[in-house]
Design a protein around this ligand. Structure first.
Ligand code: P1T
Length: 392
């Protein structure tokens, strides 16, 4: 049989009908423990922190989608990150792409630095910057691509080459692309990590994280830490994520179709829009690399409006369909203000140096009818325009 396609695996991998009842969806094994026939005689399941059948099904599906040796699920994206970082110890050096989720910056700088890890934040879109700081103690290169919130594109294959030449692993936070649009392990990365809260779940109804591993030895070490630390998701959330995965491909197609239309529209509003960031726009500096390593450009568009914080605030308040909220990747459209909301934990100087200005608004373009989304944006920008004109 020829290898199955992405959507087929999303729906079937690890999800065969239940042998006992024929249930076509994986049962929610809402149990903490498992009866043993005799001391130490169990059927692969002893205790649900260690393993749970609903979580096992999910992990099998995730590994299949990423072409991984194995995958592991966690209670949140941050729990996944924290557990990955627990693989490292005092004196280990980590290179991080400078534009990353604010919580990632906070975890590394405010938590793991205390345990003797050293972090260098660099612009990974410039590989020479990574080469400049890499050293014999470098154990990990950590990148996002596209980055949150500036949608910078980092050349994953090139980062893997640099890392491996120095004996370091490459981890890619692939939250923004999802495995449907980009598969970091196929490009040479060792670890692909997700805030599954976003596109994988897709319905803004759960908080979870997942990690896919290229190598079985790294997988086994991370599984040891998953059990030892214990930041695991419950079976109900694993089931919701399994359900979300089944429609990942169709949702991503629609997300990016709508996002491309939104980006094109915003790029035409030069009267009140000062910057539009979307890797699908030819003028985006990462467009060529994105076209090479992704099969589409994703559903996030970041825009800078005139008038700084006041302009952004007026624009966001005027939106009717886009909810003013943190997070992204759900079916409904959301608007986030990185400087005050998701990236407030990044110091102001670091934010500004990276280009996260007060006028910046991150749009998670949902799968609603695109005409309605464009009309909503149009009305909100017009409100901005008339107020700006009135002030003048
Ligand atoms: O929120 P949680 O599931 O713990 O995932 C953290 C995380 C990790 N990586 C990336 C790229 C992320 O965007 C996030 C979470 N981000 C938001 C909540 C946000 O609105 O950007």
């Amino acid at each position: 049989m020829k290898p199955e396609g992405f959507s087929t695996r999303a729906i079937h991998a690890g999800q065969e009908p239940d042998p006992q009842t024929g249930s076509v969806t994986v049962p929610i094994y809402q149990t903490s423990t498992y009866a043993q026939a005799d001391i130490g005689q169990h059927r692969g399941y002893e205790y649900s922190r260690t393993d749970n059948p609903t979580r096992s099904a999910l992990q099998t599906a995730l590994a299949s989608l990423d072409g991984a040796a194995g995958a592991l699920a966690f209670a949140s994206g941050m729990a996944a990150e924290a557990t990955v970082m627990a693989l490292f110890g005092p004196g280990d050096h980590v290179i991080v792409s400078d534009d990353c989720y604010g919580g990632t910056y906070r975890l590394f700088e405010r938590v793991y630095r205390k345990y003797g890890l050293r972090f260098d934040f660099v612009d990974a879109t410039r590989p020479e910057e990574v080469e400049r700081v890499v050293c014999p103690e470098t154990r990990l290169i950590w990148i996002e691509s596209p980055t949150n919130p500036l949608l910078k594109i980092v050349d994953i294959r090139h980062m893997a080459e640099i890392g491996h030449a120095h004996g370091a692993l490459l981890a890619v936070d692939n939250t923004f692309a999802s495995p449907y649009l980009q598969r970091p392990l196929e490009l040479g990365a060792d670890i692909a990590l997700y805030s599954a809260t976003k596109y994988l779940g897709g319905h803004s109804d759960l908080v979870m994280g997942t990690v896919s591993l290229a190598d079985v030895e790294v997988h086994d070490r991370l599984k040891f830490h998953q059990n030892a630390i214990g930041a695991v998701p419950g079976p109900m959330d694993c089931w919701l994520l399994l359900r979300g995965l089944k429609t990942l491909a169709v949702r991503m197609e629609r997300h990016q179709q709508n996002a491309a239309a939104v980006a094109r529209y915003l790029a035409g509003r030069t009267d009140v829009v000062t910057r539009v960031l979307y890797p699908g726009l030819e003028e985006h500096p990462g467009h060529d690399v994105a076209a090479r390593q992704m099969s589409g450009f994703g559903g996030i568009v970041t825009v800078e409006v005139a008038g700084g914080l006041e302009g952004a605030s007026r624009f966001m308040r005027s939106l009717q369909l886009f909810a003013l909220a943190e997070s992204l990747g759900g079916v409904e459209s959301l608007a986030d203000h990185p400087a005050v909301m998701t990236h407030a934990s990044v110091p102001k100087e670091a934010r500004e140096a990276a280009g996260i200005s007060d006028g910046l608004v991150r749009l998670s373009v949902g799968i609603e009818d695109v005409e309605d989304l464009l009309a909503d944006l149009d009305a909100a920008l017009n409100a901005l325009d008339s107020r700006a004109t009135a002030v003048r």
